[in-house]
Every structure is written in C-alpha cells, then in structure tokens.
Design a protein around this ligand. Structure first.
Ligand code: ADP
Length: 162
C-alpha cells in the first residue's frame, strides 16, 4: 500500500479534513488530496481557491500532493494508478452514503479499495457547511479551520474577523 487518494469537496478544508490528511500521510508513502470539481454543487470557493488553500495548509507534509479532478472517482483512481481511496467517517449518518460509494467504486474498478478513517472525537461534529453557516452570521470559526482558511472565508463574506 504505497499511495492513496483522499477525494472531497473541501469547500473549504477544515481541521477535520486536516486530521484525516495527517493520519493518512503517516499510513501511506504518498497521499494525493484531490478536490472534486462537482458542477452540481454550488461551492463557496472555486476549485483553484480550494486547491490553493489545501496547498497552504499541507505545505509542511512532504508526502502530500494537492490535485483536482472532474468526473468519476474510479476513472481518476485508475488514471493515477492508485488502489486506495481514503474517506473520513464522522457519524453513522455518513456511513450509508460512504458504503454505497465504496461499493460502486469497487464495481467500477475491481482493484480499488476504500479505507475509512474514523474522525478524531474533537472534530466529529465539524463540516465545511457548518463552518460556512457560522461565518455567514459573523461567528468565530478560528477553532474549526486553519488561520489562512479563516481569512479567506471572512473575505468571502466580507466580514471582519472577530
Ligand atoms: P464530500 O466529498 O462528501 O462533499 P467533504 O469535502 O466535506 O465532502 O469531505 C471529504 C471527506 O472528508 C469525506 O470522506 C468526509 O466524510 C470527510 N470529512 C469531512 N469532515 C470531516 C471531519 N470533521 N472529520 C473527519 N472526516 C471528515
């Protein structure tokens, strides 16, 4: 097991994502964190902005590369010659969807396995959506996201940092 892909929306990256990135980077020789360009969702940040934030946040982890992709994750994994997909599991509510995705991806590419890392308890409640909601109402998000990300979110909402 030498390399893995951690796909997601990362709109934006939170400390919950970062915790998974750090732990996956320890378990694999190389980790590609890849931003999904999902045309269906309407994200707060462009793919380029999300990639840049991830690059900044992960700059001290030498075996992590940031990338982006569109289309099927299974096709992307095949293109990257990677057999392992990393996903984070927060609660039982994540499980049904994640199980379905993992099994679908395995049907599409039979050598691809999904490895689930359970969230650290202190981040179990955390989601990008919650962070954006708190920021939209001027709340303090500094305990949820790295400082460089908090700045970008506040700038989007044109609010002052508390
Ligand atoms: P999605 O790909 O579902 O749009 P995200 O970008 O929010 O979602 O998340 C990417 C991956 O990170 C998913 O596997 C998700 O379960 C996981 N994740 C998100 N927030 C956390 C957290 N607080 N702790 C652990 N894993 C998380």
């Amino acid at each position: 097991m030498s390399s893995a892909i951690y796909p997601g929306s990362f709109d934006p990256v939170t400390y919950g994502h970062f915790d998974i990135i750090q732990r996956a980077a320890k378990a694999f020789e190389h980790l590609t964190v890849s931003v999904l360009n999902n045309k269906v969702k309407s994200p707060l940040f462009s793919v380029e902005e999300r990639v840049r934030m991830l690059e900044e946040v992960c700059k001290d982890i030498p075996n992590v590369t940031i990338d982006s992709f569109s289309g099927l994750l299974a096709d992307y994994a095949r293109k990257k010659h990677t057999d392992v997909i990393i996903r984070g599991l927060r609660a039982i509510t994540d499980f049904e969807y994640e199980l379905q995705m993992a099994q679908t991806n395995r049907k599409l590419v039979d050598h691809v396995d999904t490895v689930f890392l359970t969230t650290s308890l202190e981040y179990a409640y955390l989601s990008s959506t919650t962070v954006k909601e708190v920021a939209a109402f001027g709340g303090d998000i500094t305990q949820f996201v790295p400082p460089c990300v908090a700045k970008k979110i506040y700038a989007k909402f044109q609010q002052r940092e508390p």
